[in-house]
Design a protein around this ligand. Structure first.
Ligand code: SAM
Length: 276
């Protein structure tokens, strides 16, 4: 029988968030690959399960990835779990998925707790279009370059951050996006002391400078305001009509096409075309 890899999401704080399907998958898997075996043991005890565990984390992933893949290729079913949340999102699971996919192994993701989606849903920032940026680098230069590349980003931006780096991250973000940019700081999600602070970057800096942050954070930041579309001028319209006529379009068709391309009323384009 062919082996396969299951990605099993685990609670990000509230043990009640484990699903029936996740429990069944953990129970039926031949072995579990876990980012932190102590954390996973606690979960398995809570579920009353005894399973064979293999540790798979950032600093052993290269060697252990091959061992896990060999076992799957030999027909075993592996359930991958991270410390908390959905495996492969900002954790080493991403590499195991790549390795398995490249080897033709079936990878099945079970939906469940994920910090980025939980935070976005309650942030009150726009959810229609968003980009997930994960953790910023700890290296100053690449961190600054990363943030600078996002200054004109209009989608809602989501970052993961640890409490001890929060203040310096907020300061770097305020430099890149301005102190008035709205931010929702989501902390201790699904836990007893879950908190969402909906504020601006400047005010968040004041708050956490006065009161050191505790717990893991997801930062949800409003995108840059859309720039007003610069209205096309009569000269633009005339040049566009001319260019289309040069390509062989009749004057009438060029005017119709220009009005469409530049989002202008046809009579304005017609008047502009009279100057040609
Ligand atoms: N793969 C997991 C996921 O996407 O759900 C996340 C793994 S990542 C190594 C851990 C980060 O997720 C934390 O540093 C924090 O930013 C965020 N996180 C996890 N649990 C959280 C919680 N209960 N409340 C707020 N943020 C959390």
């Amino acid at each position: 029988m062919a082996g396969m890899l299951y990605l099993v999401p685990t609670p990000i704080g509230n043990l009640g968030d484990i699903s029936i399907r996740c429990r069944q998958t953990l129970e039926q898997a031949d072995f579990i690959a876990a980012e932190d075996t102590r954390v996973t043991l606690k979960l398995l005890n809570h579920l009353g399960l005894k399973k064979s565990l293999v540790s798979y984390y950032e600093h052993n992933k290269a060697a252990k990835g091959n061992v896990i893949l060999d076992r799957i290729l030999a027909g075993e079913v592996c359930a991958l779990v991270s410390d908390a949340g959905s495996p492969a999102i900002s954790d080493p699971g991403e590499d195991l998925v790549k390795q398995c996919a490249e080897a033709g192994v079936t990878v099945c993701a079970i939906p469940g707790p994920c910090a980025v989606i939980t935070a976005l849903s309650i942030s009150r920032q726009s959810t229609g279009c968003f980009c997930f940026e994960g953790f910023l680098s700890t290296a100053k230069k690449s961190r600054r370059e990363h943030l600078e590349s996002l200054t004109n980003e209009t989608r809602t931006m989501i970052f993961y951050e640890a409490p001890h780096k929060l203040l310096s991250t907020l300061e770097d973000m305020a430099k890149a996006f301005g102190p008035d940019r709205p931010i929702s700081l989501c902390r201790e999600l699904t836990k007893l002391h879950e908190e969402v602070v909906r504020t601006t970057l400047g005010q968040a800096i004041e708050k956490y400078a006065a009161q050191p942050p505790k717990g893991e954070f997801v930062l949800v930041i409003a995108g840059a305001p859309e720039r007003e579309k610069e209205a096309a001028t009569a000269d633009d319209a005339a040049a566009h009509v001319q260019a289309l006529m040069d390509q062989g379009l009749s004057r009438k068709d060029a005017i119709r096409q220009t009005a469409k391309d530049l989002d202008l009323p046809k009579n304005i384009v017609y008047d502009a075309a009279l100057k040609i």
